[in-house]
Design a protein around this ligand. Structure first.
Ligand SMILES: C[S@@+](CC[C@H](N)C(=O)[O-])C[C@H]1O[C@@H](n2cnc3c(N)ncnc32)[C@H](O)[C@@H]1O
Length: 263
């Protein structure tokens, strides 16, 4: 079966099998992810040479990778005061750059962040660059509306953002990309966009080079679509999202997905 790249969702009633699948999937996440993420992401142990921890240069890296798509998007919307969520921002020093570069276009965003832990650099906190740090010591893909302690986070963040950025973070360090994409999609306002850097090669979505990889990619879309169907049904919503892989020529392992909330 060919993987769908652009996907829209129609309101359908999840059947018993689908509900069961979502339940089992969430249970699996609980067990596996915490362990994986903890092992990979103890930021205190990162060596100094490791640059991808939210240092200032990371802004340019993202914009270069994305051919300035996030900035162009905000300019095209004439959105002068966008709300931005940075997922897995690490130290958050790149926010200085976001601010200064966006200011050149008279764009004055407000930033919220969600990382595994509260790990913003002192300089970032001292300069009050971040409106709210929602980090809870919780992997992003484990956010679950059914857990009471998560509900405040969901209430405050769902459908609130014009732009969501996840550079080398929640889309990479996860065994559950579909849930990550789903949770990121839910943060968006109507018309908003999320840019999520992923680990798997986006070419897997387009070719049949590897059956295993292709299965993994198409499974990602199937589960994503089911999660959207599920929330549409349970919350009586009509969410529609479109997901695009990068259009860059130099696709590589660390490429990006763009999610647009259509409705
Ligand atoms: C390698 S650092 C990248 C920091 C910054 N975005 C950059 O590109 O320089 C990974 C960041 O993602 C966060 N992170 C990784 N996986 C995560 C997950 N599953 N849920 C929440 N945060 C996660 C970590 O807490 C950390 O802030």
């Amino acid at each position: 079966m060919k993987a769908k790249i652009q996907t829209s969702n129609v309101l359908t009633k999840p059947n018993y099998k689908q509900k069961r699948m979502i339940y089992e999937y969430r249970e699996k996440i609980k067990k596996k992810t915490e362990q994986t993420v903890k092992e990979k992401l103890d930021t205190d142990k990162w060596p100094d040479w490791w640059g991808a921890k939210g240092t200032k240069n990371r802004f340019q890296d993202a914009m270069l990778n994305l051919n300035n798509a996030p900035l162009k998007f905000l300019i095209s919307k004439n959105n002068k005061e966008p709300k931005i969520m940075l997922l897995g921002t690490g130290q958050g020093l790149d926010i200085f750059k976001y601010k200064s570069e966006f200011a050149k276009h008279n764009i004055v965003p407000s930033f919220d962040v969600f990382s595994l832990h509260k790990e913003l650099a002192e300089e970032v906190n001292a300069n009050k660059l971040v409106n709210k740090d929602y980090s809870l010591g919780l992997p992003f893909e484990q956010i679950n509306p059914k857990i009471e302690s998560h509900s405040e986070l969901i209430l405050n963040t769902k459908g609130k953002y014009d732009l969501v950025m996840a550079q080398m973070s929640v889309g990479k360090y996860t065994e559950h990309l579909s849930t990550t994409l789903f949770n990121a999609a839910l943060l968006l306002k109507k018309g908003g966009k999320a840019y999520i850097q992923i680990e798997i090669d986006p070419r897997d979505f387009k070719t049949e080079q590897s059956k295993v990889k292709l299965n993994r990619a198409s499974k990602t879309w199937v589960i994503f679509n089911r999660l959207v169907e599920w929330i549409n049904k349970t919350e009586n919503k009509k969410y529609v999202f479109k997901i695009k892989t990068s259009t860059q020529a130099n696709l590589n392992e660390n490429d990006w997905l763009e999610i647009t909330r259509i409705s």
